[in-house]
Ligand binder design. Structure first.
Ligand code: MLT
Ligand code: ZN
Length: 455
């Protein structure tokens, strides 16, 4: 609990109206978007500048106040909700896009700027932002950097870390580090942006980021392919990367997921009959990519049906079948969400074995699979299992580790997976993580309980 004297200090920094203590006002900050992770807090602080963040961290350090850092609260591993009663540091007011440079194709955005606003600012300057994912309207720059967000275009442009030219951040010591000049060549020591990106707010509070932008693609085509078997779909995703240089997305889903999405979102059927597996492809180029897409699809094995849309409403409609999965699954109750990745040659085996592993342990559960097929990145959602029952989670993560995969492809470790970090990180790596944490956040006030397992 934050004492009255400490609240006064925080109010002096950000102003009365930006220290929230009323239970109703706190309610949306203490529960995650799926409803699986629910915490509590005595106070939310909403700074309006990097200097205010530094003053808050300094005050909290002095008073032993532990902080949970939050952006758009779209995280999926319980990393941004105050499960231990922490004070919430909400960065949504850091919502300025300061410096769009159309010549170099770069922009600087505050931590509270939404991803869709970054995309729009990039487009207005004649560029595009390389990262995109379905929570784009709510997810923020700070959260996307803190979790190294991946999403739908990783195969073409890489993850958030690959876009990051610089950050401004307040470390756990309250020191401000800022390097936003956007040098694409800068070989002067440790790469702090790369370290802070993916550190899940455990080392510092990212207050702004400098991103590289990518050339916009004048023409795009979206195709939904239906496959005879899941392994045909997985094999196709692998070979398309080589055959179709304009490929921007290759998203996998299955018949059960499509039926649920159609039912919940009231969407028409894409094909007259049902099929076992689907790939949603997007290709983008400065020329019309339809011909090369058609040629690549011709060469694939096991394709039973194809629907194509060249941009506009039709393309958005096809995307709804894939992007609707998160929302549709959430209507069944808080899901267990496991986002994992394995080497491509083990991906088909993972897709086949995950439902078996879940069914063996919890026959009453339902397993929903979808994901980013070209990276071997699979979203395993399990419904009908008590949120506190983690036996299924553990079994799936152990399967992934046995296939030499990673227990988090893109959502991070958060609080949900930290006890299994050693499935894919050696004790030497975890000790190095702890040493870095100790140096940058010596009092352990930033996102306690996130990422690192208890020692
Ligand atoms: C997605 O790919 O749709 C996101 O990672 C969100 C999710 O897994 O639900
Ligand atoms: Zn994803």
């Amino acid at each position: 609990m934050v004492e009255p004297r400490q609240l006064r200090e925080l109010r002096e920094i950000v102003g009365d109206e930006h220290v929230l203590v009323d239970e109703d006002l706190l309610s949306s900050y203490v529960v995650d978007f799926t409803g699986r992770f629910r915490g509590w807090s005595g106070c939310v602080v909403r700074p309006g500048s990097t200097q205010e963040v530094a003053a808050i961290v300094s005050t909290c350090r002095r008073n032993g106040i532990r902080l949970t850092v939050q952006g758009g609260n779209t995280g999926l591993v319980g990393g941004a909700v105050p499960l231990g009663g922490e004070t919430v540091l909400s960065l949504r007011r850091l919502s300025r896009i300061d410096h769009v440079d159309p010549r170099s194709g770069q922009l600087t955005a505050g931590a509270g700027v939404s991803i869709v606003a970054v995309q729009q600012a990039a487009a207005a300057a004649g560029w595009a932002y390389g990262v995109d994912f379905s929570s784009r309207a709510s997810a923020t720059v700070g959260g996307s950097v803190a979790t190294n967000a991946g999403g739908l275009r990783v195969l073409r442009h890489g993850d958030t870390r690959a876009q990051l030219l610089g950050v401004e951040a307040v470390l756990g010591t309250a020191a401000v580090v800022s390097r936003l000049s956007g040098l694409t060549k800068d070989n002067t020591g440790y790469h702090l942006p790369g370290l802070l990106c993916g550190s899940e707010g455990t080392l510092g509070v990212v207050t702004a980021a400098r991103f590289r932008l990518v050339a916009p693609l004048a023409q795009r085509v979206v195709a939904l392919l239906a496959f005879r078997t899941p392994s045909d779909a997985v094999a196709a995703a692998g070979s398309l990367r080589r055959q179709l240089p304009s490929l921007s997305a290759a998203e996998l889903f299955f018949d059960e997921g499509l039926s649920l999405v159609r039912e919940v979102l009231s969407l028409p059927t894409p094909f007259p009959s049902r099929h076992r597996a689907y790939l949603l492809l997007e290709a983008g180029a400065d020329h019309d990519p339809v011909t090369e897409l058609s040629a690549a699809v011709e060469s694939l094995h096991g394709v039973e049906a194809v629907a194509v849309a060249t941009g506009g409403h039709g393309a958005d409609q096809l995307w709804r079948y894939r992007e609707g999965h998160t929302e549709a699954i959430n209507t069944l109750g808080a899901p267990h969400k496991l986002d994992v990745t394995v080497p491509m040659d083990a991906f088909a085996e993972l897709v086949e074995r995950v439902p078996e592993v879940v069914a063996r342990l919890r026959p009453e559960a339902r397993t929903w699979l979808f994901g980013h097929a070209a990276e071997g990145s699979l979203h395993v959602n399990v419904t009908g299992v008590d949120p506190a029952d983690e036996e299924v989670d553990e079994a799936v993560l152990r399967l992934v580790a046995s296939l030499e995969g990673s227990i988090s492809a893109e959502h991070g470790i958060g609080r949900a997976k930290r006890r299994w970090l050693d499935l894919c990180r050696s004790s030497a790596e975890i000790e190095a993580f702890r040493a870095i944490k100790g140096a940058l956040d010596p009092d352990g006030i930033l996102n306690p309980g996130v990422l690192l397992p208890d020692s």
